[in-house]
Design a protein around this ligand. Structure first.
Ligand SMILES: [Fe+2]
Ligand SMILES: [Fe+2]
Length: 306
């Protein structure tokens, strides 16, 4: 079973990422995976999300998407709420373009099951030694630094409640798998393990780290015992860790865009390749770190370089 995975493409709405998307699809085709996974953060605009999925759809494999926080940001001037986007509209957009929105239902192939969730954050990744009051995390603001979900999300639940809802659905999906599913691949946008987060001993970076994920989600997937691989995005710094028999990686691109001459090499770096053989997971030539570092950034609205 071969998996190709990428996340956080943050596609520009003006069409300037056309060549990037073509190269990513060509690279995925070249890798010839059984499953192609995109772990969120394509665009807050549904038309851009739809066009991007159409361009990335790869024939001959299972195409999977998990929404990221940017994908469920509400659009300027109205449109569906974050909850509507996550629970209904994005699934429809995926289906229209040959993708499955994994949080809607697990997808199985041979003895492997893919279980997915946006995942959320409950501030369990916060650095307690910073002594920042909990209220600041709840309000997503500290000394003028704002976590942008504050302005663009309308779940209708607080963050701890959203995390619990996501966790309940993950447990439900895991419990509903057939006995034929021996191994599970977990895909989330937010991180299930704080070890995947980079702390830099400076603010506001380490304040933003609280919005990276939830330790409770990681506990669910490690305790299940069948999860051998976890794929995530959200942090724009690529990372790989091992937890007992589980390999966890983040596969983001981020906001940076390379010189067109460097595009092929860049795309080879961003699309991760994992080969599964029974319970063994081999991650090939994994490139870690911030691949956008030092590159031009064309986005106006950012959630920092996390
Ligand atoms: Fe992102
Ligand atoms: Fe994100």
């Amino acid at each position: 079973m071969r998996i190709a995975a990428v996340s956080d493409l943050h596609i520009l709405p003006d069409g300037s990422d056309e060549l990037l998307l073509t190269r990513v699809r060509e690279r995925v085709e070249e890798l010839d995976p059984d499953v192609f996974v995109i772990a969120g953060d394509i665009s807050d605009r549904l038309d851009v999300l739809s066009n991007t999925l159409a361009q990335l759809y790869t024939e001959g494999c299972i195409n999977l998407f998990v929404a990221g926080n940017h994908d469920i940001w509400f659009e300027d001037g109205g449109g569906p709420s974050s909850l509507e986007k996550y629970s209904k509209v994005i699934g429809e957009v995926c289906m229209k373009n040959g993708f499955s929105h994994l949080p809607d239902a697990p997808v199985t192939s041979e003895s492997y099951a893919f279980v997915g969730s946006i995942g959320w954050y409950d501030y369990s990744f916060r650095r307690a030694d910073l002594d920042i009051p909990l209220k600041n995390y709840e309000q997503k603001e500290y000394r003028g630094a704002i976590w942008y979900d504050l302005l663009r999300l309308d779940w209708g639940f607080n963050d701890v409640e959203v995390t619990e809802l996501c966790n309940k659905k993950i447990e439900y999906d895991l419990n509903s798998l057939s006995e034929d599913c021996k191994h599970v691949i977990f895909v989330s946008h937010h991180l299930p393990f704080s070890e995947l987060t980079v702390y830099k001993n400076r603010l506001p970076w380490d304040f933003y780290s609280a919005f990276m994920g939830a330790a409770s989600t990681g506990r669910i997937i490690t305790e299940d015992g069948r999860v051998l691989l976890s794929l995530s995005g959200h942090s724009h710094i690529r990372s790989m860790i091992s937890k007992d028999n589980l390999t966890a990686i983040t596969v983001p691109l981020g906001y940076g865009r390379p010189d067109p001459k460097q595009l092929n090499a860049f795309v080879r770096d961003i699309v991760a390749v994992i080969d599964l053989d029974g319970s063994d997971a081999q991650v090939h030539d994994f490139v870690s770190g911030d691949l956008s570092a030092g590159l031009p950034i064309y986005h106006h609205e950012r959630d920092s370089t996390h």
